[in-house]
Design a protein around this ligand. Structure first.
Ligand code: THU
Length: 141
């Protein structure tokens, strides 16, 4: 991925975080998802009084993109911190979000970017974060 694209994606994740609706956890997460064609979909976490109805930022971004017809993705940047925390720490995606990524992304090529700031970040492939995943291949006869 071009350095310029990566920077843009990271910036978009920080912007997305501002939209988080988190009256229960106060933990604000933002995600920015890059499609194969270079479009960026932003998502934030959206909580609910019935806690099981909460949606993570990553899934908000994926479901927005997929509902708009997108099917191929290159990377996602994810940032998160408690509302009153002074700085960001790495915010790795939860297991359910990793499974949603596995539905649409190539495990070796899809990049998961975890920034602490616009300059400091870690990058993992989906196969590193979700080895031996259950996918549509398992359902083939
Ligand atoms: N959360 C995300 O949005 N993404 C993750 O990968 C981890 C957790 C949200 C869910 C909930 O709104 C809050 O963070 C605390 O768990």
């Amino acid at each position: 991925m071009l350095e310029k694209t990566k920077k843009e994606l990271i910036k978009a994740a920080f912007e997305a975080q501002k939209g988080a609706y988190v009256p229960y956890s106060n933990f604000q997460v933002g995600a920015a998802l890059l499609t194969k064609d270079g479009r960026i979909y932003k998502g934030c976490n959206i909580e609910n009084a019935s806690y099981g109805a909460c949606c993570c930022a990553e899934r908000t971004a994926f479901f927005k993109a997929v509902s708009e017809g997108e099917r191929e993705f290159r990377a996602i940047a994810i940032v998160g911190k408690a509302k009153d925390a002074l700085r960001f720490d790495y915010c790795a995606p939860c297991g359910i979000c990793r499974q949603v990524m596995a539905e649409f992304c190539q495990p070796e090529n899809f990049e998961i970017i975890l920034p602490k700031s616009e300059e400091e970040y870690q990058i993992y492939s989906l196969s590193q974060l979700l080895p031996l995943s259950f996918t549509s291949h398992n359902l083939e006869e």
